[in-house]
Write a protein that binds this ligand. Structure first.
Ligand SMILES: Nc1ncnc2c1ncn2[C@@H]1O[C@H](COP(=O)(O)OP(=O)(O)OP(=O)(O)O)[C@@H](O)[C@H]1O
Ligand SMILES: [Mg+2]
Length: 348
């Protein structure tokens, strides 16, 4: 078969295994689907009964013998077997009714995972039917997906705030020159809101409600029109045990979010401090890009700009940057080869 025909028949996929959601990108098509990173398991025999959307749907609707797990807690691979199952599920779904050659798949991995874990992800991807598997670090993928010229010899800074982790990285020539990954992201923000409401109102709210309050009312910076804004927090009174609602303000939620937000700012500062001087000049002269769902917190871009005296831009469709970047790497393999940190071919 001619190489050109072969390329034509091979599907190229990008995979973002996120703490909260996993996304799949296909060359020439864009994002083809996203699914929650959840696996449902039968209690008695530890059998996997469902993965993704179906698994999430089962929670709370099935008798107590099925429970759900997130294989990628805090952006690290907490459970290899379940991660493998998740990859298999995503690839199967992406490749359904498809004959032809085995796909090439780029998987974004959290920074700081071990060599053993990297090999495990490569093997799981090949085991799930890929012809060739590649690894890319999440912040590098985020930067590529946000349109930064990562292959050039200039410093580009990206801040990816996910559910489990925040990655701050300065990238040059396709690689991370200085970076830091902290286990503070959207989930930590939700937990801070839960703690705040409990302290302030003796009210216990769930993770879902906390996330909702964050999305509807959350800010990192005061806004002129926020005075009128209030939302109901619904939960259970800690004293009486009965359901209770209280109205909370944007200023309160900002107060609740202060700690995780400060930790993110602090991480950025630390990365700037360990960036080589020539590259610091680059990042000061350009825009810092923010990606990930947590970057959607209102005003966080403005706060970062103010605290660090730098220009900041929120990426377009921030939650899609990582998977886009992973997928795009294969389309520009000649220039982006350096961004890949692992590669393995199927022997079958
Ligand atoms: N408008 C919003 N304001 C604030 N936070 C938001 C908003 N929309 C989504 N989020 C948060 O973004 C987070 C999910 O982001 P993302 O999909 O980038 O994470 P992930 O890739 O699954 O996690 P990780 O990269 O840590 O593995 C969740 O915590 C969610 O609550
Ligand atoms: Mg992510």
């Amino acid at each position: 078969m001619s190489p050109m025909l072969k390329r034509f028949l091979t599907k190229d996929l990008g995979l973002d295994l996120g703490t909260a959601n996993s996304l799949v990108y296909e060359k020439d098509k864009g994002i083809i689907f996203r699914e929650p990173s959840v696996v449902a398991i039968q209690k008695e025999n530890n059998q996997i009964v469902a993965v993704g959307e179906e698994a999430l749907h089962m929670i709370g609707r099935t008798p107590g013998n099925i429970f759900a797990l997130r294989p990628l807690r805090e952006g690290v691979i907490a459970n290899y077997e379940l991660t493998k199952e998740l990859i298999r599920h995503l690839l199967k779904k992406a490749l359904k009714r498809r004959f032809g050659l085995k796909p090439r798949v780029v998987v974004s991995i959290p920074t700081g995972i071990t060599g053993v874990e990297r090999r495990a992800v490569l093997d799981a991807t090949l085991g799930a039917g890929a012809g060739e598997a590649f690894l890319i670090e999440e912040p590098v993928a985020a930067a590529i997906g946000a349109g930064l010229p990562v292959q050039e010899a200039i410093g580009n800074m990206v801040i990816n705030i996910g559910g489990g982790t925040t990655d701050v990285a300065v990238i040059s020539l396709g690689g991370v020159v200085a970076g830091l990954s902290i286990r503070v992201g959207g989930d930590a923000m939700d937990n801070s809101i839960i703690r705040f409401i409990r302290r302030q109102y003796n009210l216990l709210i769930g993770e879902r409600s906390a996330e909702e309050l964050k999305i509807r009312l959350g800010t990192a910076y005061p806004f002129a029109d926020e005075e009128e804004q209030k939302e109901e927090a619904r939960g259970r009174d800690q004293v009486s045990g009965l359901p209770k609602n209280v109205a909370v303000t944007a200023a309160e939620i900002r107060e609740a979010l202060k700690e995780p937000v400060a930790m993110i700012i602090n991480a950025i500062r630390q990365v700037v401090e360990k960036t080589p001087p020539e590259l610091v000049a680059d990042i000061i002269n350009q825009e810092i890009i923010m990606t990930g769902g947590g970057a959607l917190l209102k005003g966080i871009d403005r706060l970062v700009a103010q605290e660090l005296s730098m220009k900041v831009r929120l990426a377009e469709d921030p939650m899609a940057c990582v998977v886009k970047g992973a997928g795009m790497t294969l389309e520009h393999l000649d220039t982006l080869k350096r961004a890949l940190v692992g590669r393995k071919k199927s022997t079958r």
